[in-house]
Design a protein around this ligand. Structure first.
Ligand SMILES: Cc1cc2nc3c(=O)[nH]c(=O)nc-3n(C[C@H](O)[C@H](O)[C@H](O)COP(=O)(O)OP(=O)(O)OC[C@H]3O[C@@H](n4cnc5c(N)ncnc54)[C@H](O)[C@@H]3O)c2cc1C
Length: 416
């Protein structure tokens, strides 16, 4: 069923009785050409591009819970392509372009809102680094603008410009960045993949891999074995655990990241704003709630909940940036499990086991990557060669001395 304004009108006039389920509840087949493990944003996007763009339709997505139960439904919804390194910026800009046409491509309202991102700077060195990053963005075809203090004040008058400890000296502004409704992205991709013939199987946990003479031939699941031509893992925070069942040890650690939403307020924050003297990113949802987050909880964990020190840290940064928000009440908060790689950059690669592919290590930046990650993973699965924008995301890059250390934080996942 195609969604349109006319369809809404028709359904409204006929008692809304004709809407169909957005995707089927299919029976599991014994064999698929491709089995995708993990029905998060990246798994569903892979299924969409694999079926729609590359014409491979005998595909199943196996999700251990329900669609949207992982990080795709837990993130702070920020979409941007403001990266520095040549291995990253073209990939994230490719993703940005896919975001810009996503709703038409999926025929689904993902509430993509290009309201911009502003990275605040607080000293000359930080401003110089933003100049360099902005130039790298422009060279990759993205948009970037350096703002001075007055331009920042015009845009965000609520920010504390009198804070002597963290003076605002300007900011890097990417107008095309913004936010998208995270769970709608999962639903839109799922609906489109389903329409192109993909079987989406919920409540089906992959418990192991069928590896026969060193070749991956399928998966073991909580609902029985399934054979497959290719098995494509993209389970985000569960990457290490799932790949361990294939005997692989990954350069990934799992950490908790929390997100917070305040009560609804009148329009306060125009786009996404990041505090450059700490770690805080904040935007305002269409309902008026301030959506914000900070740093990792800094210990390894698979628990989808956070702890009090991070709340204190985020609240402190918020008070330093916009003291008026001290009066806003926190409505809810939650945690998600991040797959932190050793250099802060992701993997989209074949493994050493023929037939087994891996996508992960997205750290806390994988939501914005969803379209490009899905497209590039589908490209790899369909053609057995990497997409040009993702060819650096190899599993063996540490062995080759080719780490992609975007943040310059070294091999410390808790700092990425
Ligand atoms: C609090 C928070 C804020 C964030 N903010 C941002 C942001 O603003 N911008 C941004 O770009 N990124 C952000 N991220 C990161 C982003 O959400 C993730 O990097 C991205 O969603 C990960 O990819 P995914 O959607 O496929 O993951 P998930 O949605 O986690 O998908 C993985 C799926 O695999 C399933 N699975 C696991 N094990 C198995 C198994 N054995 N068998 C079958 N299925 C399995 C899980 O149930 C899950 O549904 C944030 C994350 C969090 C937690």
């Amino acid at each position: 069923m195609r969604y349109s304004a006319l369809r809404i009108l028709q359904q409204g006039l006929t008692g809304n009785k004709g809407w169909k389920a957005a995707w089927r509840q299919p029976n599991i087949q014994k064999h698929y050409d491709v089995v995708i493990v993990g029905g998060g944003g990246h798994g569903l996007a892979t299924a969409h591009y694999l079926s729609k763009v590359f014409g491979i339709r005998n595909v199943a997505v196996l999700e251990k819970g329900w669609l949207g139960s992982g990080n795709i439904g837990r993130n702070t919804t920020i979409v941007r392509s403001n990266y520095l390194l040549p291995e990253n910026e073209p990939f994230y800009e490719f993703s940005m372009k896919l975001w810009e046409g996503l709703e038409q491509d999926l025929n689904y309202n993902a509430m993509m809102s290009q309201r911009g991102i502003l990275n605040l700077c607080h000293n000359d060195a930080q401003r110089d680094a933003y100049v360099r990053r902005g130039n790298a963005m422009l060279m990759a075809g993205a948009d970037a603008k350096l703002l001075d203090r007055d331009a920042v004040r015009d845009m965000c008058p609520f920010i504390n410009f009198d804070n002597e400890r963290f003076p605002i000296t300007g900011g890097l502004w990417q107008p095309r960045a913004g936010t998208a409704r995270h769970d709608a992205v999962a639903w839109g991709y799922a609906r489109s993949a389903d329409r192109h013939g993909v079987d989406i199987i919920q409540n089906c946990e992959v418990t192991g891999f069928q590896i026969d003479n060193g070749v991956c031939k399928g998966v073991e699941t909580s609902r029985g074995p399934i054979s497959a031509g290719k098995v494509a893992v993209c389970v985000a925070g569960s990457s290490s655990r799932v790949m361990a069942t294939a005997g692989m040890r990954l350069p990934i650690e799992s950490h908790v990241l929390q997100a917070f939403v305040s009560e609804g307020l009148k329009p306060t924050i125009p786009g996404v704003v990041t505090f450059g003297a700490g770690h805080l990113y904040i935007s305002q949802s269409d309902k008026g709630g301030l959506v914000f987050g900070g740093d990792l909880d800094k210990y390894n964990s698979y628990a989808q909940r956070g702890n009090l020190p991070v709340i204190e840290h985020v609240a402190e940064d918020m008070m330093a940036m916009i003291p008026a928000l001290g009066r806003a009440r926190l409505l809810r908060m939650w945690g998600g499990v991040m797959d932190m790689s050793m250099d802060g950059s992701p993997f989209i690669d074949k493994t050493h086991i023929p037939g087994l592919y891996f996508n992960g290590g997205w750290c806390y930046g994988g939501f914005k990557a969803t379209p490009a990650s899905g497209y590039c993973y589908a490209h790899l699965l369909a053609k057995d060669e990497p997409h040009p924008t993702a060819k650096a995301y190899r599993l063996d890059r540490f062995m080759r001395g080719r780490a992609i250390d975007e943040k310059g934080a070294g091999a410390q996942p808790n700092l990425h």
